[in-house]
Ligand binder design. Structure first.
Ligand code: HEM
Length: 458
């Protein structure tokens, strides 16, 4: 089907269909940068499951055919790197497992994996439960004065707490939380155009750049303080940092100080934003779909009731987990998986040049009527034991697939179920009248104007 060596290329090789752009495609590039998701949706509608555009001489392939996705993400992943965007992103994110490639990535992924295996979930469960219960208490206090919240901001701060507590357990301190929250907030308000060339952008004399550089410096200082203490005083703790500190590669070597920092910072960046988006969209969908919200609440009442939630409840909260999956189907936070072809190859009759970009778009797959009937309808029952059997492999990929699949997948499902159930049991949400909901597809899929909700205690 694909990937044959070049000397076997059939004579009838061709390029996939796609738009013929003026101005060397610079306008296409700009359309993609300003509203990537709308632009790619239009391309997909017009040209189908494989399309190509040329932007400033660079070829970009939009791939939505499941067998090609299997090939790129799972069968031949060594030939596809994450590409120049992630390379440039290293100046902010470091060389952790999100951005690194090849043997280095493979070795570090092996060292970090033990921190995210199923046997660790019980430990993280207690952290998540504590953070959510604290938030519920805080909301109860705050609502004596005002019951309006901006849901997205609330979920972002909740995940700053959860992820910091999971990585550092007792080392958590208020300065760290403050600087971590500040940095995350500024990072997501940063104009995506800056990310085209962060190295140059970070030298620009703009107030927004100065602020984010300062926030990163402050955060770095706090993380380094914790690393110093844990390493110098040989403190052993049962948290993510504890596991990574002890991890050794195949030659028995531990991570260097810089590698350790980069991996910790990567987990922090990768874990918060994605998870907060799922919860934000999840509560929004439940607000819009009262019947499903009631079914979820009934399940929580029957399984958890008024007692505190326990780890064993997770498996039993079947409907809650279906709601979580349906939310990630409709609003996958990672809406785009970019790759770069490291060699020439072809997909059936279509030729793909080395160095081209390849875009796989979970959002387009998840909303494709070929794979999901009535795709714009919120229907958690798609994920019930019977119906989920008919979901085609690679048509639902909120966590990606293959060796670069999300390392935090299980942990994310666990905290998602705890948050959905505990908050739904305590509060009813109503969207603020007239509040505008729109999608923004910059780094992750987020509500462009936030989501303002009124909360009512149940
Ligand atoms: C619902 C929440 C989450 C979603 C939807 C999500 C989604 C994803 C996706 C799609 C990828 C693959 C990107 C690609 O192939 O280009 C990924 C990778 C990654 N995720 Fe998540 N993620 C979530 C939560 C988390 C959490 C909680 C953590 C850790 C605390 C985490 C850490 C990572 C890391 C480190 C990678 C890079 C893995 C590698 O390349 O080896 N994620 N995530």
């Amino acid at each position: 089907m694909n990937g044959l060596p070049l000397d076997n290329i059939p004579k009838n090789i061709q390029e996939p269909p796609g738009p013929k752009h003026k101005f060397l495609g610079a306008n296409a590039y700009l359309s993609f940068l300003t509203d990537g998701l709308s632009y790619l949706s239009k391309l997909h509608k017009e040209y189908g499951d494989i399309a190509m555009l040329k932007a400033s001489g660079h070829r970009i392939y939009l791939i939505a055919d499941l067998k090609y996705i299997d090939y790129i993400l799972v069968r031949d992943p060594e030939n596809f790197t994450k590409g120049p965007g992630f390379q440039r992103g290293k100046i902010l994110l470091g060389n952790g497992i999100l951005t690194s490639e090849g043997e280095f990535h493979h070795s570090h992924r092996r060292m970090i994996n033990p921190a995210f295996t199923r046997s660790r979930w019980g430990h993280y469960f207690a952290v998540v439960r504590k953070c959510v219960n604290n938030l519920i208490k805080e909301w109860e206090e705050r609502f004596k004065v005002n019951n309006e919240i901006e849901l997205h901001e609330e979920m972002m701060s909740l995940f700053v707490e959860i992820i910091l507590n999971t990585i550092f357990s007792d080392d958590k301190n208020s300065a760290l939380t403050k600087h971590a929250g500040e940095f995350m907030d500024l990072f997501h308000k940063l104009n995506p155009l800056y990310l085209l060339n962060p190295e140059k952008s970070l030298r620009l004399p703009f107030p927004s750049i100065k602020k984010i550089t300062k926030a990163k410096e402050n955060l770095d200082k706090e993380i380094h303080k914790i690393l110093d203490k844990r390493i110098n005083e040989n403190i052993k703790r049962d948290d993510v940092l504890g596991i990574i500190l002890e991890a050794k590669d195949e030659e028995g070597k531990k991570m260097t100080r810089q590698e350790l920092y980069d991996e910790i910072f990567t987990l922090y960046m990768a874990g918060i934003d994605t998870s907060a988006k799922v919860m934000t969209w999840g509560f929004y969908l439940l607000e819009q779909n009262k019947t499903e919200a009631q079914i979820l609440r009934k399940e929580v009442d029957e399984i958890v009731g008024k007692r505190d939630i326990e780890f064993e409840d997770f498996e039993k909260l079947v409907y809650t987990r279906m709601v979580l999956n349906e939310t990630m189907r409709m609003y996958p936070p990672v809406w785009l998986l970019p790759r770069t072809a490291e060699k020439d190859f072809y997909l059936d009759d279509y030729f793909v040049f080395k160095g081209s970009s390849i875009f796989i778009t979970p959002y387009l797959l998840h909303r494709n009527p070929k794979y999901f009937e009535n795709p714009d309808k919120f229907d958690p029952e798609r994920f019930n034991a019977e119906r989920k059997k008919s979901i085609k492999k690679f048509s639902f990929i909120p966590f990606g697939a293959g060796p670069r699949v999300c390392i935090g997948e299980g942990f994310a499902l666990l905290h998602g179920a705890v948050i959905l159930s505990l908050i739904s049991r305590n509060f009813k949400m109503t969207l603020k009248k007239g509040h505008r909901i729109a999608l923004s597809s910059s780094i992750t899929l987020r509500p462009k104007y936030g989501i303002k909700m009124h909360l009512e205690k149940i």
